[in-house]
Write a protein that binds this ligand. Structure first.
Ligand SMILES: NC(=O)c1ccc[n+]([C@@H]2O[C@H](COP(=O)([O-])OP(=O)(O)OC[C@H]3O[C@@H](n4cnc5c(N)ncnc54)[C@H](O)[C@@H]3O)[C@@H](O)[C@H]2O)c1
Length: 270
């Protein structure tokens, strides 16, 4: 299944590049897929949500800028990333790898199911390792590669009740820096993007969970819990995150590697 990308005023600077985006059926991954395709990349959109992938491909086709030359494409690649061998294979041939798929459970440590802890670490840390492992040989061969890890403010700071998520994101920060050191001699950069709360289905589910955990309304969760530490009191849009990802894959960022780009409305300025 494949389709042309959404339109963009940007020059197609990623023409000829293959981009693998995980968690592509959801909020941030979907926006990244459309943005990279609009820049000319052939996007391999990886997700276990096949309906979401079909919707993404249909949307990319509907909104394609047929006048763009050469134009990018979005191709669905159905995969549950807990199949780690398959995850590694899915990244073969990637020039750009966006490690984005993620899951969340908000629960005190003493009640946190160990099997969920393990699944979160598998999807959000082990799978990215295997994807990087699958992508690097080709990137090294071609002397160019861009790894962008969608971390979080929770890669840099902790919040109560998010033990698995915070542990996974802190681990991803470490993996990203090691990939930066190893990749540099081969023209490969590796960076994290660290959003605060983004308007996506993951956050909408979390608002409901937090409301139950704190015993307060959804509106109070947003203003008093989620945005308590942010100076800019709004959610980030997925398209803003995708723009940062596109920048890190573009021609002006080859000296940026091993970095963590905060998009948290000032949260980590505290
Ligand atoms: N939404 C936020 O506020 C926010 C903030 C900071 C960081 N992030 C990070 O951004 C990333 C994307 O989050 P989102 O908000 O867009 O989430 P989302 O729930 O909207 O999308 C996540 C996608 O990952 C996919 N996925 C989950 N487990 C998978 C698996 N085992 N195999 C294949 N696909 C799988 C889901 O199907 C979904 O399409 C995550 O890593 C998340 O931690 C999100």
């Amino acid at each position: 299944m494949s389709a042309s990308p959404a339109s963009s005023s940007e020059a197609p600077g990623l023409a000829g590049r293959t981009a693998v985006v995980t968690g592509a059926a959801g909020g941030i991954g979907r926006a990244c897929s459309l943005r990279l395709a609009a820049a000319g990349a052939r996007v391999r959109a990886v997700d276990m949500d096949t309906e979401g992938l079909a919707d993404l491909v249909a949307f990319a086709d509907k909104t394609a800028d047929k006048t763009a030359r050469p134009s990018g494409t979005v191709e669905a690649y159905a995969l549950d990333l807990t199949d780690l061998d398959e995850a590694e294979r899915a990244a073969e041939g990637a020039d750009i790898l966006v490690n984005n798929a993620g899951i969340q459970l908000v629960r005190p440590i003493e009640d946190f199911p160990p099997e969920v802890f393990s699944r979160v670490l598998t999807v959000m840390l082990e799978a990215p390792f295997r994807l990087v492992r699958g992508a690097l040989p080709g990137m090294y061969e071609r002397g160019w590669g861009r790894i962008v890890n969608i971390s979080s403010v929770h890669g840099l700071r902790a919040s109560a009740y998010k033990s698995a998520y915070v542990a996974a994101k802190h681990g991803l920060e470490g993996l990203s820096k090691v990939a930066a050191l190893e990749g540099a001699p081969h023209g490969v950069t590796s960076n994290c993007v660290n959003p605060g709360y983004v308007r996506t289905p993951l956050v909408e589910r979390q608002i409901a969970d937090q409301a139950a955990a704190h015993g307060i309304s959804a509106e109070r969760v947003v203003s008093e819990v989620l945005l308590a530490d942010a100076a800019v009191k709004r959610l980030v849009e997925p398209e803003e995150v995708a723009e940062a990802v596109a920048y890190l894959c573009g021609p002006h960022s080859s000296f940026i590697t091993g970095a963590s780009l905060s998009m948290d409305g000032g949260w980590t300025a505290h």
